[in-house]
Ligand binder design. Structure first.
Ligand code: FMN
Length: 251
């Protein structure tokens, strides 16, 4: 079937996603935020655990502190709304403790993984909803530059992890869409095709052209080079200690 025939507005919006890092300083109306939260909550959830909480950082000073930690100050401070997505087993801990049960099922690597997945699905649902309204978004993983401090600022209890922020607002300007990996690099049938999934020659040509010609921050590089530079050293190695402090055993 012709792709045009099955294309729809939802997918059209998804295909032009680009993170926005320049917003109008206009708070989002309450109804818009409520609808975004409903969209977030409508995502699938592993065993219906709904293991996340969303914290709206409305206080200007609090937002400034978190923005500073994130290194993305401009678009965390000046935006429509700023949420922190928290992977959260604390609710279930309360349920279990009320019944004098052990909470060990909430502490291991599997528990942490499903909470992170649930949280991410909720955030991406919110993202798609926001972009469908013509709003722009940027995930802010930079809050994990100092996860302990963010947890302290937000008063987070045990068995929680502030995973990332999400800044949403009316775009002042938009970036170009970044070319994604070719289908041959991400799809393999009936098993992992080592050659096709890792042959990055075409993508490196495409991304070299993109980086050289985009309207901002032009540079001479390609995707493999970017990855190599980015991954020279491990990042945020304090996260393990933070998670243990929060009660995750990671076993
Ligand atoms: C979990 C996550 C964390 C991110 N953290 C940041 C961040 O702290 N600051 C930032 O400017 N962009 C951040 N981004 C945006 C990515 O840099 C961006 O999605 C990526 O470069 C692809 O570009 P695009 O979203 O414009 O297509 C994050 C994205 C994700 C998914």
């Amino acid at each position: 079937m012709n792709e045009k025939k099955i294309m729809n507005q939802t997918i059209e919006k998804m295909l032009v996603h680009a993170s926005v890092r320049d917003f109008k300083a206009e708070p989002l109306p309450a109804q818009t935020k409520d609808l975004l939260l409903k969209a977030a909550q409508s995502g699938a959830s592993s065993n219906f655990i709904q293991a996340y909480s969303i914290i709206e950082v409305a206080d200007v000073n609090l937002r400034r502190e978190i923005a500073k930690i994130s290194g993305s100050d401009a678009y965390v401070n000046q935006t429509g709304v700023f949420y922190v997505f928290v992977a959260d087993w604390y609710r279930q801990a309360q349920i279990l403790r009320a019944e004098n049960k052990d909470v060990k099922a909430l502490r291991n690597m599997e528990a942490l993984t499903v909470a992170i997945v649930d949280t991410t699905i909720a955030a991406q649902n919110m993202t798609v909803a926001a972009e469908s309204m013509g709003l722009g978004i940027c995930y802010i993983g930079g809050i994990r530059n100092d996860t302990s401090k963010v947890a302290e600022l937000l008063n987070l209890p045990e068995l929680t992890l502030p995973l990332f922020g999400l800044t949403i607002g009316l775009p002042n300007s938009r970036n170009e869409v970044k070319p994604r990996l070719p289908k041959a690099n991400i799809l393999s049938v009936n098993g992992y095709n080592h050659e096709s999934l890792t042959d990055l020659s075409t993508y490196n040509e495409q991304t070299a052209e993109y980086y050289a010609n985009r309207s901002h921050h032009q540079k001479s590089t390609n995707w493999s080079q970017e990855m190599s530079d980015f991954l020279t050293n491990p990042r945020r190695e304090d996260l393990t200690d933070f998670l243990k402090k929060q009660g995750f055993t990671l076993d």
